[in-house]
Ligand binder design. Structure first.
Ligand code: ADP
Ligand code: MG
Length: 690
């Protein structure tokens, strides 16, 4: 019997060395890989829509008679052709066209077209539709089945992808793909049937079920993928646990001194999490712990207590943050807590003077520095620690898995790897955490320090900007401090910076006598630090900033935050920004300013922000609105990209996937490797390479 998992892709007709190279870029090497290269989505060309029923954002087939056809010269030369079918008109727009096409699309001709429907200036439109003329009122029949659209890479077209998958499916008729899931999953569908259906949906399939991903064949495959994902993460976790880590069972003198030096008592939740960390650190296997805590829940102190325990046992600590501002904040925070207790805090970031850098590196290398704080710079090759025992990563979801790994490689020379503590202020809904962070143990700081008052949130249209500025003035008059956050849709730091500067000028003019600081991504580290310090010390009362202040900034006297253009921000980001206030005992407020003409989604987001201040509730909504990738920020790293599964849609499969993977581990451990390589290929995380 042919084993498709080892049959090279070049055995398929039409696949030569050139194509094989492109396939390799998609991690496709064998015929089985082709079969598991599943359609991303489908186009529905099986029915024709009336123009009046078209929905922007969808792809559809429709037809109509050309009412007008003309070449326009606005900005770019284009051919604009309007068609109508009595129910409405649709504009077809071509930027590239030849005389022949122009002649074919003349008035009175009846055509059928396909493409993505967009909102145009006057009516709905399709840019560069596929089209054909309908002769004598008889159109070619529409497609019988849904058209699969595959993930492709440059130079690889849908058409060749479809040909190659067809060839692979022919092999599948002659051979078998091994069933690797234990039969107890309850689906009466064979793998073969599921693959056939998903690649080439039969004409009588329930189209909606397939498009929504709830068809049993899709679900059967999604379940297997979730099982494979789980197994790969578990395997990585097992590898990691088999390594040795420093046993930290010091007398915890420093930790206790630290706690005593605080002007407040730790909350029960903080104490519990510190206890969990203490247990981990004493075990001799590397801690892999994620601490989740809503904004303002006091994660910094939990991190500090962990650092103290490591130092108590004679080890060094690395504290890493994703942005310079946040790293600087940690530097100040740790220095404030630990320098009075006699510790040396080191500092590493990208742009450091040569001399300062050499000193920092030297001090870390010989072990004088107890706690090194920094950005990505801590990952660099030239950094070596004398006795690194613990790494603390703040806002880890912004770091890729690879970066997490390279940090582990900075471990001790005597075959020990450092413990790792990850902190995140983006609460991750349980469903998602179970899958995304299955390799980590989770602790939750589920209690806010006492005396916090709920933040009031209001939404105000930008037309009432002057009232908002008035409000800023009175808050400052009462001795409070205020954030003003400028946002722009463009991911351009230059434009963001300019918007912030414009706002600064405007507010300087209107708020006489108020000292204002400015922070944006185009400033140097020293400039940012100076501005932040001035605000922190209440030398300036207003901080105009871009979203760079999203995470971590802590100024308890600030009680009002204005966020502009809220329609452009996601829920989690809004929640983080709002969390800059309400960090002390003051009654705080958040003003969300919006432009007129809000979309329904933006309206929903604003309503959620007004209703809830609970990070977990907000994260769950965000997940529903935007999907897992956005929330975890892992879109680029790909660690949460599934081929067919969708965590939200397939929530109900997570429990069964867990059961099945446990069964496989116990009863058919040989299948673990096969499943992981079938679904993850060389993408599977490997924590064992240290
Ligand atoms: P986050 O979880 O957002 O990082 P921080 O650690 O920055 O929160 O803490 C937020 C604020 O609460 C800080 O000003 C900190 O000093 C204060 N804080 C932390 N723990 C407590 C506590 N147990 N009681 C009172 N205030 C606390
Ligand atoms: Mg923090």
């Amino acid at each position: 019997m042919l084993d498709l998992s080892v049959l090279p892709v070049t055995r398929l007709s039409g696949v030569g060395p050139k194509l094989a190279e492109k396939f390799a870029r998609l991690h496709i090497k064998t015929v089985q890989d082709v079969l598991f290269h599943l359609p991303l989505r489908y186009q529905d060309r099986t029915r024709e829509f009336a123009i009046g029923d078209l929905v922007p954002g969808t792809e559809a087939v429709c037809s109509g008679v050309v009412m007008s056809s003309e070449v326009a010269f606005r900005r770019r030369r284009s051919l604009i052709c309007r068609i109508s079918d009595g129910s409405g008109t649709l504009c077809l727009r071509f930027f590239h066209f030849n005389q022949q096409q122009q002649a074919a699309l003349r008035e009175g001709v009846r055509i059928r077209c396909f493409g993505e429907i967009r909102r145009g200036p006057q009516s709905l439109e399709i840019v560069h539709p596929e089209y054909q003329q309908v002769i004598d009122g008889v159109a070619a029949p529409v497609e019988q089945t849904l058209t699969p659209i595959y993930p492709v890479t440059e130079g690889l077209h849908q058409l060749s992808m479809r040909k190659v998958t067809s060839a692979a499916l022919e092999y599948l008729q002659k051979a078998e793909v091994t069933e690797l899931l234990p039969a107890l999953h309850g689906y009466k569908i064979s793998l073969k049937q599921a693959l056939n259906t998903v690649h080439r949906p039969p004409p009588d399939i329930r189209v909606d079920e397939l498009l929504q991903g709830i068809h049993p064949c899709v679900q059967r495959l999604a379940l297997e993928e979730l099982v494979a994902h789980r197994l790969s993460v578990q395997r990585a976790r097992d590898h990691a646990r088999q390594q040795n880590a420093p046993v930290m069972r010091g007398n915890n003198e420093l930790r206790d001194k630290l706690v005593k030096s605080l002007p407040f008592e730790l909350t029960g939740a903080q104490l519990r999490v510190i206890g969990e960390i203490e247990t981990d650190l004493g075990k001799g296997e590397p801690m892999l712990r994620l601490v989740q805590g809503d904004v303002g829940s006091g994660k910094t102190l939990v991190a500090a207590a962990a650092a103290a325990m490591a130092v108590d046992s004679g080890y060094q600590v690395a504290v890493m943050a994703p942005t310079e501002i946040l790293a600087e904040q940690h530097l100040l925070g740790f220095a404030e807590l630990f320098e009075p207790l006699g510790l040396k805090i080191g500092w590493l970031k990208g742009k450091l003077g040569a001399r300062q850098k050499r000193d920092s590196l030297e001090s870390i290398a010989v072990g004088h520095t107890h706690i090194a704080v920094g950005t990505h710079a801590l990952f660099q090759k030239d950094v070596s620690f004398a006795r690194l025992g613990l790494t603390i990563v703040d806002e880890q979801h912004r770091f890729g898995v690879d970066q997490r790994l390279s940090l582990r490689e900075k471990g001790l020379t005597e075959g020990l790897v450092p413990h790792q503590l990850t902190m995140t202020a983006t609460p991750i809904p349980r469903t998602l955490a179970m899958t995304a962070y299955a390799d980590l143990d989770c602790s939750v700081i589920d209690e806010l320090p006492p005396g916090r008052q709920a933040i009031t949130t209001v939404a105000i249209p930008v037309s009432r900007r002057l009232e908002v500025i008035d409000r800023v003035a009175s808050a400052i008059a009462e001795g409070r401090q205020v954030y003003w956050v400028c946002t722009l849709i463009e991911e351009s730091e230059v434009l963001q910076a300019r918007a912030a500067e414009d706002t600064l000028n405007e507010l300087t003019e209107l708020l006489t006598g108020v000292n204002i600081s400015l922070v944006h991504g185009r400033m140097t580290g020293a400039e940012k630090e100076a501005a932040m310090t001035a605000f922190k010390n209440n030398e300036t009362q207003l901080l105009v900033a871009t979203t760079v202040i999203e995470v971590g900034v802590d100024v308890p006297n600030a009680s009002l935050i204005i966020i502009e253009n809220v329609e452009r921000l996601g829920l989690s980001q809004l929640h983080q920004l709002r969390g800059r206030v309400g960090r002390g005992k003051l009654q705080s407020s958040c003003v969300l300013m919006f432009e007129a003409g809000l979309s329904n989604r933006a309206r929903d987001r604003i309503a959620i922000m007004r209703e809830s201040t609970d990070g977990f509730v907000i994260a769950e909504k965000d997940l529903q609105l935007r999907g897992a990738g956005e929330l975890l920020g892992t879109r680029q790293t790909g660690s949460m990209q599934f081929r067919i599964a969708d965590i939200m849609r397939d929530k109900h499969l997570l429990e069964p996937a867990k059961k099945l993977s446990e069964h496989i581990q116990q009863v058919e451990p040989g299948n673990v490797e096969l499943l992981v390589s079938r679904w993850m290929g060389d993408n599977a995380p490997d924590y064992g390479n240290v």
